[in-house]
Design a protein around this ligand. Structure first.
Ligand SMILES: NC(=O)c1ccc[n+]([C@@H]2O[C@H](COP(=O)([O-])OP(=O)(O)OC[C@H]3O[C@@H](n4cnc5c(N)ncnc54)[C@H](O)[C@@H]3O)[C@@H](O)[C@H]2O)c1
Length: 255
């Protein structure tokens, strides 16, 4: 029960990692707020957790709109009276996201950086303002191994997948945004860390998995549940002396 009584908002809480995170927070005694742009997926995720006897609410959120983030904070405070932490975990992208470098249009590059990195900034800025007033808080920003290492393009050979250039720009910036917030607010009882997973299993083509696993350790490509221990640690008092850091969880892929 590392998170007993803690109220934790997870943006993108209805997604692949988000749902696993919310379950892990609930199992550690925390109350999760699934904050997601998809009402349908978010409501379903909350119902699933209730079915498992875990505490979870759904609040609709668009991380790219200030009034939406402010409404979320107000709703959580009205319902629970406190917010202990936010996990910046949503994954917005436009319909042209995921193209090869040569095919990326300037407008798409800017829009994707703006939605994802801009949205993470907005969530961190708005929650930090509340945490300063409340006397403390905790922000965990989701980055990725591709925020700290150059892509291994060979793992995508034989599959239509690639590692988008926008993702490298966004995720490396998320690591530094994390350090900026940590430094700026370190006297305010607010800490801010990043969590950088390797690739997560999600029905990818077998050729890709085989290529990827050549670089991984004994576990190979990780599952969403493999990242939860690190998230719970960053949200818990066990990590209270850790601030402005980036925790890589990738079974050695980035070594
Ligand atoms: N899946 C991976 O392999 C992997 C690896 C490393 C890091 N990450 C990072 O983890 C985080 C979660 O990734 P995922 O794979 O679970 O993503 P996902 O696509 O499965 O889920 C993302 C969620 O974000 C929601 N969302 C999209 N736009 C939104 C917006 N504007 N406002 C609020 N919610 C919005 C979606 O509805 C969805 O539920 C992302 O930051 C991602 O970059 C993922």
């Amino acid at each position: 029960m590392l998170l007993k009584g803690k109220v934790v908002v997870v943006t993108g809480g209805a997604g692949l990692l988000g749902q696993s995170f919310c379950r892990a927070i609930g199992r550690e005694g925390g109350v999760t707020v699934i904050a997601d742009i998809s009402r349908e997926a978010g409501t379903k995720a909350a119902e699933t957790l209730h079915g498992e006897g875990l505490a979870a609410d759904f609040v609709e959120l668009d991380i790219t709109r200030q009034e939406s983030v402010q409404r979320l904070i107000a709703e959580v405070l009205a319902h629970h009276g406190r917010i202990d932490a936010v996990v910046n975990n949503a994954y917005p992208r436009n319909r042209n996201y995921g193209r090869k470098l040569e095919e990326v249009q300037f407008e798409d590059f800017c829009e994707n950086v703006s939605l994802h990195l801009g949205g993470y900034f907005l969530v961190a800025q708005q929650f930090a303002a509340h945490f300063v007033k409340a006397g403390g808080g905790n922000i965990v920003n989701m980055s990725s191994i591709y925020g700290v290492m150059a892509p291994r393009f060979e793992v995508y050979e034989g599959s239509p997948m690639t590692m988008p250039i926008e993702y490298a720009a966004i995720k490396s910036a998320v690591v530094h945004l994390t350090k900026y917030f940590a430094q700026y607010y370190k006297k305010a009882g607010l800490r801010c860390n990043a969590l950088s997973p390797g690739g997560i299993e999600d029905g990818q083509p077998s050729q890709f998995l085989e290529n990827y696993n050549r670089h991984a350790g004994s576990k190979g490509m990780l599952r969403a549940t493999d990242i939860c221990g690190a998230l719970v640690f960053l949200l818990s008092a066990s990590s209270e002396a850790i601030n402005g850091q980036n925790l890589v969880v990738d079974d050695g892929f980035s070594l």
